[in-house]
Design a protein around this ligand. Structure first.
Ligand code: SF4
Length: 299
């Protein structure tokens, strides 16, 4: 028997706005498929354009306008287009920790190998993004709404949840005209500011949040970014990158732990962590983005 839908408030969106978002979704999906071809055909242009030129812009969207990104993300489009999003498996609160752990693992592995493998190899980057699209399509389409991919194992999800606390642009959600609660707690489309605490569940009421997969990631993220940036300056391989990220992440996780023990509230710690990570990322990524765009525009 079909389950009754419990509507929840979502940001209202007009049919015209939904159509416009639909056009943008189609364009970003087509652009992604175009990139897959370009990574194989002209990697010397397409690789720096994507990794150094475009990703810092996506990072700004994740910080200031995460809903814009969620509305146009090509992986979400591949996962949700052309199906009945009110049917499928749901994400229960008890599933969140291990789903987070899987998403974080995918993200960290991609970052560790980014410079040495993906930035230098068109086929590797095509396989990475093609694999992410497949991940959106295969488990993604088994889930109700965004329960199969976006709110589950999307590797960008843990970062969206942390950075999204600083959002200044709110837009409607064309993918969920009515919320069916496909994800029991912590959906970013419903409340960006409440999503981190909801995701952490009861652990948010004690220092135990520091040991939950996403809590650990949120606290460690500025250090992970710093370690990744320092590894780039030192031109080390994946093992050196992983070591620096681990050390950096341990430092900021300990700082967050000290802040928690000293009585600072979870929202403040996580917002500070998000801001520190964003500033650190900008420090390392924006000079590279400038050089990438300069080189591409000069031809
Ligand atoms: S993704 Fe799921 S929980 Fe979030 S707004 Fe859409 S239907 Fe609701």
């Amino acid at each position: 028997m079909p389950r009754a839908i419990r509507p929840l408030p979502v940001h209202p969106i007009s049919p015209t706005a939904r159509q416009r978002w639909g056009v943008l979704q189609a364009l970003t999906l087509l652009a992604t498929l175009g990139f897959v071809v370009a990574w194989l055909a002209v990697p010397e242009v397409a690789l720096p354009l994507f990794w150094r030129g475009l990703l810092p812009i996506v990072a700004v969207l994740l910080l200031l306008a995460p809903h814009v990104w969620r509305n146009i993300c090509p992986l979400a489009t591949a996962s949700m287009a052309g199906r009945d999003a009110t049917r499928g498996l749901r994400v229960r609160s008890r599933h969140l920790p291990w789903l987070s752990a899987a998403a974080i693992a995918l993200f960290v592995v991609a970052v560790v190998f980014r410079r040495s493998v993906f930035e230098t190899s068109g086929p590797a980057t095509a396989a990475l993004v093609g694999g992410a699209l497949l991940l959106g399509i295969v488990p993604g389409r088994l889930g109700e709404g965004k329960a199969g991919f976006c709110n589950a194992i999307c590797p960008i999800g843990p970062v969206e949840r942390l950075l999204g606390q600083w959002a200044v642009v709110e837009v409607g959600n064309p993918r969920c005209p009515t919320c069916t609660l496909c994800t029991e707690a912590g959906c970013l489309d419903l409340a960006l500011d409440k999503a981190p605490a909801q995701h952490l569940g009861r652990a948010r009421r004690s220092h135990g949040w520091l040991l939950r997969p996403w809590g650990m990631f949120g606290a460690a993220f500025p250090g992970l970014v710093a370690g990744w940036g320092v590894a780039g300056s030192a031109a080390v391989g994946p093992a050196g990158t992983a070591t620096r990220m681990l050390l950096g992440g341990a430092v900021t996780w300990l700082l967050a732990g000290a802040a928690s023990l000293s009585g600072l509230g979870l929202p403040r710690i996580l917002r500070t962590s998000a801001l520190a990570a964003a500033v650190t990322y900008a420090w390392f990524a924006w000079p590279a983005a400038y050089h990438a765009w300069e080189a591409l525009l000069r031809g």
